[in-house]
Design a protein around this ligand. Sequence first.
Ligand SMILES: [Zn+2]
Length: 465
Amino acid sequence: MTDHKPLVVLHDHLDGGVRPATLVELATAAGVALPRDDAAGLAEWLTIRAGMTFEEAFSRFDLVVAATQTAPALRRIAREAVEDLTDDGVIHAELRFAPLNHVADGLSPDEVMAAVHAGIDDAGPGCDARLIVCAMRHLPESVSCEAAELAVRWMGGRVVGLDLAGGEIGHPAADHRRAFSIAADAGLARTVHAGEMDGVHQVRSALAHCRPDRIGHGWRLIDECEVVDGRIVSLGPTAATVRDAGIPLEICLTSNECLGTDVADHPVRLLFDAGFRITLNPDDRAITTTTARRELERAASVHGFTDVELGACAARAAQAAFLPDEQRDALVARVSAGWPVRPARLVHLAQRARWERARGQGSYLPEEWDRDGFIHLSALHQLLTPANRFYRGRDDLVALVLDAHLLGAAVVWERGSDTVERFPHLYAALTPDAVLGEYELPAGPDGGFLLPGPLVQAVRSPLGG
Ligand SMILES: [Zn+2]
């Protein structure tokens, strides 16, 4: 179902994606002892499995790092990473790595950066590859600051962001605050691995001290959400902050499974339905044996993501890319064009009294029509963003489920206000025969909205998307 559709990858570690056959060659040339010296055996050894400790899992990266301490080795793995992503249909990838991990044999940090840039250039233009520099949680803040300064020195071209990676437990993001200030002051985008191995407090610490534009993983936000009958019915304060600020989550299903959370138990569907901005990513292609496309396929097969929803994840990844505005807009347009599927059912939030009056008259135009010249609609997965932004706390709204086919060509997908996301706009009066049902949208105790079960059911079944 995802064949040939353009993908965007925001979370992919350069050292986690090295081809096993390449690693055999590079380690042998570097005199690094291998646990298995054939590509198939090494591939098996590299794969992280549930039950391993974080240290065991991390030893896979240690081997890759030991074997990639020269410029030719770095150049090669960068080229191969981009080739592999291109083959997978990825048109924009943000590869991340810790340059300061590659200076043990005498390369300077700038030589490391130059080698990786050269490798990306070697790969050709199929996938627009950018770089995110990782600071490491377990290292002192001074080292993180050095990484941040390196990233800032190289920003403006391929280098687009700073990340915080490594073991979370015992190493809060607060310890790296200065590094993230360096990045923020220079206008460099920021992402932080948080709420992956450790709890919600790590996301809180990242938000407070690193001002992240995106969160790496963040799935443990589910720990402070109340779930009833397969739906989030209330959000904790950190989760509410992340959702309402629209901070994208870089979700990595297979990677989390390797560390012990079965994909079937992953809260990706709950978080998506509650309005979080979900993007799907491979994390470590070699070490977790996955690809960008496979991550989407697993979301579809295990969590029932439709093509429309996968397209939304891809478009949201494009919207969250660390790119200058114009380039990001172009990427969003390419991704949106490549995922042409429009949902069969749309939703409009109407003022109940006004709609009820209009229903009898056979034609409905909301107040906003006079201002905007169109009626605001949403795909189901888009509904919560405008609802929580513009209508928080209101109790006079009704969600109308509409048959998109009956609305016909009067629906035009255009940018919403203050966002690069495209929303369906209706350029005609709404006639009651296009309305399949009316559903209550009760505000929660904090005034925020979540999707009520009957509304979700009405949109998704039997032919919704
Ligand atoms: Zn990661």
